[in-house]
Design a protein around this ligand. Structure first.
Ligand code: SF4
Length: 328
């Protein structure tokens, strides 16, 4: 029996096979988990290399879990790592909803699978064994990997956040494309940090770069941006930059940032990984200097200042704060 035979009912097998090839591990019916590049780097360098979340917010890369509760999305962004149906010549209308997993159980299964995937590090001579032991006790979890997490609805998402805190996670980051404001406004539990991806300064670029599968997607993103002020915990506008397509109209981005007033703006390069490489070229992934120059333009046009940067992750952080809040 193939490894993918019994997972993701209703999702075309060639897509599931590609996800498996990309290194995703399947959890429950529709969940997926994958170790981040930086978790590995951190473990094999004794923590010398780590991601920007550690540098900015104190989230240790080797104690971080990333997962997704659904492989589907209502956008098909040009730069997405996801293998999209059209990438492999499949005609499949991604359903608006699936028979999602029980949310609390999903979180527990995600952690179990994350730990199972770590076992190989005990035998890795380069891995720092004290850090490997810590990695088995993760303290940070992010709902963002592949697919749009808010598609599961407010009730399930709230239960996932609640369950993560209940079993000992200190922080939960939720990264959304912003097309489901009704989910964000109905969350019973706030994530520790809410990210909305803003990959366009206006509707024309949104259509070109994010290629919405739903009507009125841009209006929904604007609605979500307006909700940021209602969150008590820190919020982030994540600008995922793909050159030259959305590195335009800094004034448009500036207007949206000033309207939404997030705690932070992260200007970040879209990385040339996974499905990105089937749609774009390497040169579409901006260099750190490109990101920095664009972030500085945004700083000039807004009340936000550049307060930190991480060249290895190709990200620049802006805020009205003098320095980022350490969450852990
Ligand atoms: S919103 Fe995220 S998951 Fe959906 S297509 Fe865009 S990058 Fe991919």
């Amino acid at each position: 029996m193939s490894r993918v035979e019994n997972v993701m009912p209703g999702v075309p097998r060639p897509l599931v096979e590609r996800l498996a090839k990309q290194g995703y591990h399947f959890v429950g019916r529709y969940g997926m988990v994958k170790h981040c590049h930086w978790l590995h780097e951190s473990l094999v360098t004794g923590g010398k290399k780590h991601c920007y979340k550690q540098a900015f917010y104190g989230v240790p890369s080797h104690r971080c879990v990333q997962f997704t509760p659904t492989p589907t999305c209502n956008l098909v962004c040009l730069y997405c790592w996801r293998i999209q149906p059209t990438d492999i010549g499949i005609v499949w209308r991604e359903p608006a909803s699936l028979d999602y997993d029980e949310p609390r159980e999903l979180i527990r299964m995600v952690v179990e699978e994350h730990r199972r995937m770590l076992t190989g590090y005990w035998g890795n001579p380069k891995a720092d064994k004290r850090m490997v032991a810590e990695a088995f006790r993760p303290i940070h979890i992010t709902a963002s990997l592949d697919g749009e997490p808010t598609l599961v609805g407010a009730e399930r998402l709230s239960a996932m956040i609640d369950e993560a805190f209940r079993i000992g996670f200190k922080t939960f980051f939720l990264v959304t494309n912003g097309t489901m404001p009704e989910v964000l406004s109905n969350l019973d539990v706030e994530p520790s940090q809410l990210y909305i991806s803003l990959s366009a300064p206006n509707e024309r670029v949104h259509r070109l770069v994010q290629r919405p599968l739903i009507p009125g997607g841009w209006g929904k993103i604007l609605e979500s941006l307006k909700l940021l002020k209602t969150f008590k915990n820190p919020t982030v506008i994540r600008m995922t930059m793909v050159k030259p397509h959305n590195m335009v109209d800094p004034e448009g981005y500036a207007r949206l940032i000033e309207m939404a007033e997030p705690t932070y703006v992260e200007v970040k390069a879209a990385m040339n990984l996974g499905g990105f490489n089937l749609r774009l070229r390497r040169e579409n992934s901006p260099r750190h200097e490109d990101i920095k120059a664009f972030a500085e333009k945004i700083a000039e046009l807004t009340s936000y200042n550049v307060i930190a940067e991480s060249p290895p992750s190709r990200v620049v952080l802006l805020s009205r704060l003098k320095k980022p809040i350490r969450l852990i």
